[in-house]
Design a protein around this ligand. Structure first.
Ligand code: SF4
Ligand code: SF4
Length: 294
């Protein structure tokens, strides 16, 4: 079986302090960090044991995980497993990248978010350059606050044309809704912005969540995705595989890339291909738009 697991353990802290984020500058106690590490170790051992499957793992932490060595080592370890196809992580890319040389780079995917209020653009670009030099497929993105438009435009100009830049539409929390001009400006930077700027109708629609894609927390509780609280089982239970079956979505809409890309009718698996987790579209769909925006 092919299985994609979105892992989100108890870690919920970050070295940055974005004011719109509840995890900013939150610090864990040593005990909490030890628990996160132990949960991660148990999860990695579970993946290691699933040799009968083809597994992809996507780390989508609350907060920032890649600053901690146990996450770096976990990513490296997973990339060396023959039955693991892809290992991706969302990150602010503030961490050192020396651990990447311990990974099989061709299996690693990085979803890097640029936070202009918390890092300098040259430093962020240098990190991206390092990923390129190490052969790591990655996307780069910016939260679509209107105050970040100019930074995003400069970032687009300074990134290699081959690097996909996404803009995450702010659907709540923006003082003013986007005007058609705002949408046009973001779309010029990210040709797929209109796809992200929509809450896609999902009620009753077929979605791979709960069948071949699951969300798993530190206790092993599995859900169909991060957006539906109802548990479908626990991955550490011996009969867990029986919980994996088609389930029409029970929510009215789905508005986040890590969710809606798994809905059948949007056919975004064709747009993103093997880069679906780290949000790297298949060429040449995005290259045309990215080059046009330069
Ligand atoms: S970098 Fe991400 S996790 Fe950290 S404070 Fe900002 S939005 Fe939150
Ligand atoms: S459509 Fe979105 S909310 Fe519904 S099951 Fe899929 S990922 Fe979850």
């Amino acid at each position: 079986m092919k299985l994609t697991v979105l892992y989100r353990g108890p870690l919920s802290s970050c070295n940055y302090g974005c004011e719109y984020c509840p995890f900013g500058k939150w610090k864990h106690t040593d005990e909490e960090l030890a628990k996160d590490r132990a949960d991660l170790e148990r999860f990695i051992a579970w993946v290691e044991a699933r040799t009968q499957d083809t597994v992809s793992v996507f780390f989508t932490p609350w907060g920032e995980a890649l600053i901690w060595p146990w996450y770096q080592q976990a990513l490296a370890r997973l990339t060396h497993l023959p039955h693991v196809e892809r290992v991706a992580a969302q990150t602010n890319l503030s961490c050192r990248l020396d651990w990447v040389k311990d990974c099989r780079a061709e299996k690693l995917g990085i979803w890097a978010t640029y936070h202009p209020e918390w890092t300098k653009r040259p430093r962020f670009l240098k990190q991206c350059e390092t990923l390129v030099s190490l052969g790591v497929r990655h996307s780069v993105g910016v939260v679509g606050f209107l105050r970040f438009v100019e930074e995003a435009q400069t970032l687009r100009r300074e990134l290699p044309a081959e690097t996909y830049l996404w803009i995450n539409a702010v659907k709540d929390g923006q003082e003013e809704p986007y005007t058609p001009e705002d949408v046009a400006r973001f779309t010029q930077l990210d040709p797929l912005f209109p796809v992200n700027n929509v809450r896609h109708p999902s009620l009753g629609k077929a979605c791979r969540g709960g069948e071949s894609v699951i969300s798993v927390d530190g206790e092993g509780t599995a859900r169909r995705c991060h957006f539906i609280d109802e548990a479908i089982g626990n991955i550490y239970a011996p009969d867990f595989d029986q919980a994996l079956r088609p389930r029409p979505c029970s929510k009215a809409t789905c508005g986040c890339h890590i969710g809606y890309v798994h809905m059948d009718y949007l056919e975004l698996d064709r747009v993103f291909g093997s880069g679906i987790l780290e949000r790297v579209p298949a060429e040449p769909l995005w290259r045309r738009g990215a080059v046009a925006a330069r």
